[in-house]
Design a protein around this ligand. Structure first.
Ligand code: UDP
Length: 245
């Protein structure tokens, strides 16, 4: 079984949800700082055009397949296939379930003012004893960045969730990870804080299980159609690359 599977140049870790949760637990216990990213087809297509983003994903500690499209792509390609979809939102929730026993301390950075705070409130209610040691919305000026870093350092958080959208969050993580004193894991979580706060909704389980979460999001938010037009392009690239091999 291959450890990593290359999808249009992005090396995706071939892990199950349980394996990904275990890796995060090892990262928190380690001496180094680790980065975790959760690309979907949209982010992979962005990385194809954006060398910086591609480099960041290639150097990450863990890259999990957030979208079902990524898993399908691995099945279309020749060689090993990804074991399962590992949605970033679910991965974070699953780490939160273990947080108390493992001493995880979260800092939420990103989303609209009040949303990050509400996300912290909801999560501490869902997981009693969960430590969210700081929150900050994602609409800060570049000159406020160092003050935010200081705040994160003072909070002694060891897991930082960065929700600034792609590729902003990946670049932010890459640029600032070396300044963080106690953070062991930085995770780019996209719109997850909105979901935690109840501002955005995940698709019902039946859609998630059928691999149709993207379809549900499209019905609920038809304005996403322009963003989603990337999906057929992504699949065309995968099929084209298969023909070349
Ligand atoms: N966001 C932010 N600062 C910005 C731009 C975006 O905090 O400058 C937040 C936005 O409020 C949302 C998240 O980043 O909470 C991105 O959500 P999106 O749905 O685009 O992410 P996806 O999960 O689709 O990648």
């Amino acid at each position: 079984m291959q450890d990593k599977i290359n999808i249009l140049g992005v090396p995706i870790d071939n892990v199950t949800m349980d394996e990904a949760i275990m890796r995060i637990s090892q990262f928190v216990a380690s001496a180094q700082t680790h980065t975790v990213f959760t690309p979907n087809p949209e982010i992979i297509m962005l990385a194809k055009e954006n060398e910086r983003l591609m480099g960041i994903l290639k150097n990450a500690s863990l890259v999990v397949p957030d979208g079902i499209g990524v898993v399908i792509a691995s099945k279309i390609q020749k060689g090993s296939t990804l074991k399962e979809r590992v949605a970033g939102y679910d991965l974070v929730q699953n780490t939160m379930k273990q947080a108390v026993g493992k001493g995880y301390k979260y800092y939420f950075l990103g989303s609209k003012p009040e949303v990050a705070k509400e996300a912290a409130k909801q999560m501490t209610a869902t997981y009693p004893g969960l430590q969210v040691v700081g929150v900050r919305d994602g609409y800060f000026k570049p000159e406020e960045t160092l003050e935010i870093i200081e705040e994160i350092n003072k909070s002694k958080a060891n897991i930082l969730l960065v929700a600034l959208g792609a590729p902003k969050q990946e670049v932010w993580i890459d640029e600032h990870k070396h300044l963080l004193k106690h953070v062991k894991v930085l995770i780019g979580v996209g719109g997850s804080l909105d979901v935690m706060a109840g501002v955005a909704k995940r698709a019902p389980l039946i859609f998630q299980k059928a691999g149709l979460e993207w379809f549900y999001r499209l019905i609920m938010q038809p304005t996403r159609i322009t963003r989603m037009m990337v999906l057929p392009r992504f699949m065309r690239h995968i099929i084209f690359c298969k023909k070349q091999t």
